[in-house]
Design a protein around this ligand. Structure first.
Ligand SMILES: Cc1cc2nc3c(=O)[nH]c(=O)nc-3n(C[C@H](O)[C@H](O)[C@H](O)COP(=O)(O)OP(=O)(O)OC[C@H]3O[C@@H](n4cnc5c(N)ncnc54)[C@H](O)[C@@H]3O)c2cc1C
Ligand code: FES
Ligand code: FES
Length: 488
């Protein structure tokens, strides 16, 4: 093995940090508040939900230095190697006074409580840098990960819309200092594997994907951590020791999206935000669905591979990717194998994945002519909520008949699963509303959902059946009229 560095190095606001004693489960938020006394970043929920802990993390990517808002409460400290962490204390206007976002928050009475405001300001800061004149919808999407319990969103949205009146990003410190920060981050890179430890809790940052494969094959009991939006909660909520942990969020080799003629190959480490443009351009039916997954901060951290590898029956991507005919590439050491995505999910909590084997990429075939798509998520809250039921539909129609159907559901069984009986009922049937009514009626042969605090079994079954009507309502020739007839 090549050189191993025993400290992580990153920039915190204007300061360069070199830290050796870092444990696998140490969080950025604890480091900021307890060790650095940067208490502007708050702890509300410690589970990635409320956004009070929002900071910006800048990282060198193929496209240069890119800043994103993330949740410091579940972001593992060791994962910041090579990054620039920007906290609310770093904000200032070009004149040294309040930053334009802060000024707008004051002017529009958006600053309501000391807990949420710093996190809201940081999310709006990131939005203002990317889109200084956002639409109201863009503001709402940017604030999905910031909960305000006093429900005073209107003044915050007004402040976001007006921030650029107080100055644009050109004079902002992260723009004027871009070259210097880029040079500093480049100087921190040495291509080495990093291993740090505290109280026996080891964190390993492989040098590249091959090094990851070697490290994981050698220590198959290690916890693989990508975005930590699941694993972070094991630490903060379940107080679990996750060491030794192999952190892979920095591996560029897992963050590539290959656009071939017949398929997209998406690296397991691609975040929701990184995948957004290509995936939504290719599959426009996922647009609304996409912004129902978590909030902005979590979409910046959470990865496609993590959403699949966690094996959750209520992960949002598996049902829609299964419907699209996706295949998974798994790797162990130098050996690779691929399998249909649905075959990966064996049973509740059990995946077809050997010790030391990891998800390397997911291959999604491009849409074919004649295939109609649907993707729906049913949850109690519109924004930042976990699915009660999620569904992906891909139905092929030729000359008025259904020639193929791939329909998959999450939340209806212990694993994300295809509705095989309903698919069989559709294949060969005329493309008409009645066919979808009949297919929906067979759904009880495919699923026997459970009741839990998210939804009852009866609700899950009924809502899943209704999605067949919805598919027809969207795609059918006389869709709306048919829907009303079925509902009457
Ligand atoms: C506030 C909040 C809201 C959320 N909302 C949603 C939502 O709306 N919909 C939804 O589906 N999920 C949601 N999640 C869950 C989570 O964000 C997703 O499942 C995310 O995709 C996990 O990716 P990650 O990279 O953060 O995984 P991590 O937490 O890093 O890892 C998750 C699991 O996958 C394993 N793993 C990760 N990458 C690999 C790999 N390449 N190979 C093998 N194993 C791997 C890890 O060992 C771990 O077991 C939410 C989470 C939070 C905190
Ligand atoms: S403290 Fe609530 S999201 Fe981090
Ligand atoms: S701003 Fe904190 S609860 Fe509304």
């Amino acid at each position: 093995m090549a050189m191993v560095r025993q400290e992580i190095r990153f920039l915190l606001n204007d300061d360069e940090m070199h830290l050796g004693g870092v444990g696998a489960g140490d969080t950025l938020l604890d480091f900021l508040r307890i060790r650095q006394r940067l208490t502007g970043t708050k702890e509300g929920c410690a589970e990635g939900d409320c956004g009070a802990c929002t900071v910006l993390v800048g990282r060198l990517t193929g496209g240069g230095l890119r800043y994103e808002p993330v949740n410091a409460c579940i972001r593992l400290l060791a994962s910041l190697d090579g990054c620039h962490v920007v906290t609310v204390e770093h904000l200032r206007g070009a004149d040294g006074g309040l930053h334009p976002v802060q000024r707008a928050m004051v002017e529009h009475h958006g600053s309501q409580c000391g807990f949420c405001t710093p996190g809201i300001v940081m999310a709006l800061y990131a939005l203002w840098m990317e889109t200084p004149r956002p639409s109201e919808t863009e503001v709402e999407i940017a604030l999905q990960g910031n909960l305000c319990r006093c429900t005073g969103y209107a003044p915050i949205v007004r402040a976001a819309l007006a921030a650029a009146d107080h100055g644009g990003p050109d004079g902002d410190i992260l723009v004027t200092e871009r070259e210097r920060v880029t040079a500093a981050l480049t100087g921190l890179r040495d291509g080495a594997r990093v291993e740090v430890v505290r109280d026996g809790q080891r964190a390993i940052l492989p040098a590249d994907v091959n090094d990851f494969a070697t490290a994981y094959a050698a220590e198959p009991e290690a916890t693989v951590v990508a975005g930590a939006t699941d694993v972070g909660l094991w630490v903060t909520k379940f107080l679990r020791d996750i060491g030794p942990a192999i952190l892979i969020g920095h591996l560029d080799g897992l963050q590539q999206i290959e656009e071939c003629e017949d398929a997209l190959t998406i690296g397991a480490g691609v975040s929701y935000s990184q995948a957004e443009k290509v995936l939504l351009d290719t599959f426009p039916h996922l647009r609304e669905y996409w912004h129902r997954i978590a909030g902005w901060q979590v979409r910046n951290m959470g990865t496609i591979g993590g959403n699949i590898a966690n094996g959750s029956p209520i992960g949002d991507l598996p049902p829609v990717l299964i419907a699209l005919g996706a295949r998974l590439v798994l790797r162990h050491g130098a050996a690779r194998r691929d399998l249909p995505l649905e075959a990966f999910f064996l049973d509740y909590g059990k995946q077809d994945c050997a010790p030391g084997e990891f998800v390397e990429s997911v291959v999604v075939p491009r849409p074919q002519h004649g295939v109609l798509h649907g993707a729906w998520k049913i949850s109690k809250r519109r924004d930042e909520d976990i699915s009660s039921v999620a569904a992906g539909f891909a139905v092929t129609v030729a000359q008025g008949r259904i020639t193929d159907a791939r329909i998959a559901f999450g939340g209806m069984a212990g694993v994300p699963k295809r509705a095989k009986a309903a698919e069989a009922m559709l294949i060969g049937a005329p493309f008409e509303g009645e066919s979808f009514v009949r297919a929906a009626q067979t759904l009880s042969q495919d699923f026997a959902p459970l009741s839990d605090w998210r939804a009852s079994a009866d609700y899950r079954m009924r809502v899943a059946q209704n999605l067949f009507q919805r598919f027809w309502a969207v795609h059918g020739d006389n869709g709306q009229a048919e829907l009303q007839r079925v509902e009457a």
